[in-house]
Design a protein around this ligand. Structure first.
Ligand code: G1P
Length: 301
């Protein structure tokens, strides 16, 4: 299944300071969530959505990501000889049929700047952005990027954003959109980066997946860095909307809950959810949790 938008940019250069010390000498994207590092879920999601070319925007200390996706023929031979076919399947990234490329954001100047590093990769074509610290859904079978790409083409949009409703106390951690309609696909009037609850236009948070027309690059170049010196993609998208460009929101489905691994509590919760959902070990983890939590016999966890 080919995607109408075959190119995706995956920013992974963030410092991961909210996950220190776990991220002191390894990239946030390489933290394991149950069986796999986060970036592997992201890459598999893109592959299943029909994306063909993926550009990782890396940075200092991120070489482990490149190492992870390099074919390791020695390891594959060993697994093959010892009959570990199940492991082979999970390590054979070539079966995803993706061209994987890397570029480097040498100075941390925010998500907008990281996306700008994808300019020569994207060229004059639209492209997907998938944040390397967000996993969509528990099963890796989300069609969100595909639905977003289809909506982009069908409605001649300039930007399509995946959104998810978040509880009031989480509003200040995300870009929040001002929706101009209901339903699963709706226009976005504007958006605000990490607002306080009293000024937030809704509780619909930008959830780590975007589709952009290449005009976004000029918009990114036109915004000023914020007070932390970071160029926010939210400011560039707002500018697209102000100039009359069509910005659309696609709602993630209930089974496509966005797992944000950007902070410790969310990382812990995500790990537990994925461990419980593991086809081989989930039941054992559940029994262990029941024991640790002292759940009385007969009660469900
Ligand atoms: C970025 C975006 C924000 C979005 C979030 C999703 O923020 O700026 O609009 O809601 O990703 O994870 P960050 O988490 O990089 O601070």
């Amino acid at each position: 299944m080919d995607c109408p938008i075959p190119n995706a940019v995956v920013p992974v250069a963030g410092l991961g300071t909210r996950l220190l010390p776990a991220t002191k000498s390894q990239p946030k994207g390489m933290l394991p969530v149950a069986r796999k590092p986060i970036v592997q879920y992201v890459l598999e999601e893109l592959g299943r959505s029909g994306v063909r070319n993926v550009l990782f925007v890396t940075g200092q200390g991120k070489a482990a990501i490149e190492n992870h996706f390099d074919p390791d023929t020695g390891l594959m031979d060993t697994l093959r000889r010892s009959g570990k076919d199940d492991l082979l399947l999970e390590l054979d990234f070539e079966k995803l049929g993706l061209n994987i490329l890397y570029t480097r954001q040498s100075v941390q100047r925010g998500l907008g700047d990281a996306i700008l590093h994808g300019e020569s990769f994207a060229g004059r074509d639209p492209f997907i952005v998938a944040l390397g610290d967000s996993i969509i859904g528990l099963k890796g079978d989300s069609t969100a990027c595909r639905r977003m790409a289809d909506a982009f083409v069908e409605h001649e949009a300039e930007v399509v954003i995946a959104v998810e409703e978040v509880p009031p106390e989480r509003v200040r951690f995300y870009g929040i959109v001002d929706p101009g309609g209901d339903g699963d696909l709706f226009p976005i009037r504007t958006m605000v980066e990490k607002p306080s609850l009293d000024v937030a236009p809704s509780r619909l948070a930008v959830s780590g997946r975007y589709v952009f027309s290449p005009t976004i690059f000029d918009m990114i170049r036109s915004v000023r860095p914020d007070r932390r010196g970071e160029i926010q993609i939210t400011d560039a998208i707002r500018r697209v909307a102000e100039r009359g460009g069509k910005v659309l929101g696609v709602k993630l489905r209930p089974e496509e809950k966005r797992h944000d691994i950007g902070n410790m509590p969310s990382y812990f919760e995500t790990f537990i959810e994925f461990a419980l959902a593991d086809p081989d070990h989930g039941e054992r983890v559940r029994s262990h949790l029941i024991k640790v939590l002292g759940v009385p016999p007969g009660k469900q966890l």
